[in-house]
Ligand binder design. Structure first.
Ligand code: ATR
Length: 277
């Protein structure tokens, strides 16, 4: 990165399609302001992954968040990809170091940070619902943290492929009733706003899981979490993971520790105020 005049703002951005619903601009903007770090963070809706890299270079963007649908496709345009992101097959963060673009994935570290505030991971068992990018990040991070995940997914081939690449167990949805684990984690979008009446899991089996986490953060309390609470489970929303994955991005971009609690309050306030989107 070129030396910047002291009064020049560092430029950060979110790339995806769509991006209008994202809470990242609100959260990162609040974090930078609270840190006294002079920065802008803007959201760009783009049409293909090549545009992401082109804009980062052209506008001298120092760091970027990458969201759907470019997390996988952008990897081919980067100079370097971190080992974990490469194993996951998805990048949600880009760091621009003097024009050299490197991709990272902060979903796994974000999840572990959040879970560690809540439950023990080492020696514990986890059922992961879903087998997409978020599930891959979760499985890798849980194994690295000493947990034992089992993957359950609608498309069994994807569950099998994920499990085989990380060496864990997997199963079809029909197996969920026969499983017990310390914690269930939903990584699917089922139950996300506006389809808030949906759940990825039959309620009667929730008693097999003392702790239930949903990666969805809008709504803060999904139908899965409401059902789990009614079944006596301890519940955790996706807000904490969202905050920590964003905080890990700021650490990668600035090498400074962001105000995580302040970020959480900012996000929660907005979600509670809007109640929907
Ligand atoms: P992300 O990057 O957020 O993980 P993704 O890669 O699109 O998103 O993965 C979404 C996961 O949610 C997939 O495992 C998907 O199941 P399939 O592999 O069968 O497609 C799962 N998912 C999405 N909608 C679902 C639904 N209605 N019921 C069950 N699983 C669903």
């Amino acid at each position: 990165m070129k030396d910047r005049a002291m009064n020049e703002s560092a430029v950060f951005a979110l790339f995806g399609n769509p991006v209008a619903q994202s809470l990242s601009p609100l959260m990162h903007g609040a974090a930078f302001a609270q840190m006294g770090f002079k920065a802008t963070y803007s959201a760009y809706q783009v049409n293909d992954a090549a545009d992401v890299v082109h804009m980062i270079r052209e506008r001298e963007i120092r760091g970027a968040s990458i969201t759907i649908p470019f997390k996988e496709t952008v990897m081919g345009f980067l100079d370097d990809v971190d080992k974990s992101a490469s194993a996951i097959g998805a990048v949600n963060t880009i760091v621009n170091r003097d024009g050299r673009l490197k991709g990272y994935n902060t979903d796994g570290p974000g999840l572990i940070h959040d879970l560690a505030e809540w439950i023990a991971i080492r020696g514990k068992s986890f059922v992961i619902l879903g087998a997409g990018g978020a599930a891959r990040a979760a499985v890798l991070a849980l194994i690295q943290a000493g947990g034992t995940p089992v993957v359950i997914n609608r498309t069994v081939e994807k569950a099998r492929a994920l499990a085989e690449s990380f060496g864990c167990r997997w199963g079809p949805p029909a197996e969920i009733g026969r499983l017990e684990a310390d914690c269930l984690i939903n990584t699917t979008p089922v139950g996300m706003f506006p389809e808030t009446d949906r759940t990825p899991m039959e309620t009667k089996f929730l008693v097999h899981f003392p702790c239930v986490m949903d990666m969805i953060y809008n709504p803060v309390k999904t139908r899965l979490l409401r059902d789990a609470e009614a079944a006596g489970c301890v519940i955790r929303s996706g807000v904490g993971m969202f905050v920590h994955q964003g905080a890990e991005q700021i650490r990668l971009w600035t090498e400074m520790e962001p105000p995580r609690e302040f970020m959480r309050r900012t996000v929660l306030e907005r979600l509670e105020k809007n109640g929907g989107d």
